[in-house]
Design a protein around this ligand. Structure first.
Ligand code: NAG
Ligand code: NAG
Ligand code: NAG
Ligand code: NAG
Ligand code: NAG
Ligand code: NAG
Ligand code: NAG
Ligand code: NAG
Length: 243
């Protein structure tokens, strides 16, 4: 058998398989599991199963649903078209939802969803731990992004008003599986706490902590001293100008 035939067979097998659709849902929301596959010409019924074992509902060929008693109140049927709405989803409802059609030649998988239910993420706080500015042009900002159970720190260096993040954008996966990021967007430092369905953020600007013209005051002083030293007679005039 040539390689092409083998490849062809593999493609055929793939084409017959059902693509599992990943879905992320916010806890408490409803989710429509759409059924838009082609059904076999003749079938006895269609079952929606959870994690391959628990039957949630059985549809007759007419589209009439027979709900398993364990699922009553948790399912709705917007149309008699084999689609199912899962109500008020909780984390424990995460798993594989599959529709199977039963025919006299065997079962056929016709739709499959991998559902992940996530709660909202907690607020995040941007804290400026320390500002180091020991030269007139440069300023180091040490910040921490903190949530109830995690934190991430980063340093921003501003030289002549141009700021950059030491080591680039930082991100971390928290113990609850969310992502905590800290990055610079123009002159705004952003903390972002996010999962697939929800995010919170906090921000502040580098200008707030690193003065816009860090060298200006020192240069002005220097200028005044020069004026005092070399133009003693116009001291009064200069003072009048300054104040
Ligand atoms: C079944 O009904 C739902 C809800 O109205 C709709 O979104 C879906 O497209 C329908 N499916 C088909 C195959 O018509
Ligand atoms: C229905 O729920 C009962 C009690 O929670 C459980 O013992 C039983 O196994 C469930 N049946 C199915 C088919 O899930
Ligand atoms: C369903 O399967 C998923 C993995 O696909 C697993 O994480 C989850 O605990 C299972 N849920 C139940 C109630 O068995
Ligand atoms: C402050 O001075 C130290 C020692 O010279 C240097 O390592 C550090 O980078 C300086 N910090 C800033 C913000 O210029
Ligand atoms: C930051 O996280 C570390 C562990 O990654 C922890 O040891 C530390 O106490 C946390 N700090 C704050 C202020 O939450
Ligand atoms: C950042 O700055 C660039 C150029 O100055 C501008 O085009 C862009 O809109 C700014 N982005 C935000 C989010 O302010
Ligand atoms: C935070 O991250 C989420 C997910 O990546 C994204 O959708 C959202 O736009 C981000 N928010 C900000 C303020 O950058
Ligand atoms: C930035 O930080 C300063 C000082 O902590 C605070 O007063 C100000 O409200 C913050 N700005 C924003 C946009 O959060």
């Amino acid at each position: 058998m040539s390689l092409f035939v083998i490849l062809g067979l593999l493609v055929c097998i793939q084409a017959q398989g059902i693509i599992v659709t990943p879905v992320f849902v916010l806890k408490g929301r409803d989710l429509l599991l759409k059924f838009d596959a082609d059904l076999p010409e003749e079938f006895d019924f269609v079952d929606w199963k959870f994690n391959k074992t628990v039957t949630l509902v059985r549809f007759e060929p007419s589209g009439e649903p027979i709900v398993h008693e364990n699922s009553t109140g948790r399912l709705e049927f917007p149309e008699k078209n084999f689609s199912v709405t899962l109500k008020n989803l909780q984390e424990a409802d995460s798993g594989l939802y599959a529709a199977e059609a039963f025919t006299f030649t065997g079962d056929k998988l016709v739709a499959e969803y991998k559902v992940t239910v996530q709660g909202p993420v907690t607020p995040v706080e941007l804290i400026v731990d320390r500002v180091d500015s020991n030269s007139s042009e440069s300023c180091d900002l040490h910040v921490t992004c903190r949530t109830h159970n995690s934190n991430i720190s980063s340093t921003f260096r501003c030289v002549d008003r141009v700021c950059s993040q030491e080591g680039g954008e930082r991100s971390e996966v928290t113990t609850s599986g969310a992502s905590l990021q800290v990055y610079l967007l123009n002159s705004t430092i952003i903390c972002n706490h996010s999962n697939q369905v929800h995010w919170t953020h906090d921000f502040n600007t580098t200008e707030h902590f690193c003065p816009e013209h860090p060298g200006t005051t020192e240069r002005e002083n220097y200028f005044l001293i020069t004026v005092f030293a070399f133009q003693p007679f116009s001291v009064l005039k200069n003072l009048l100008c300054v104040f």
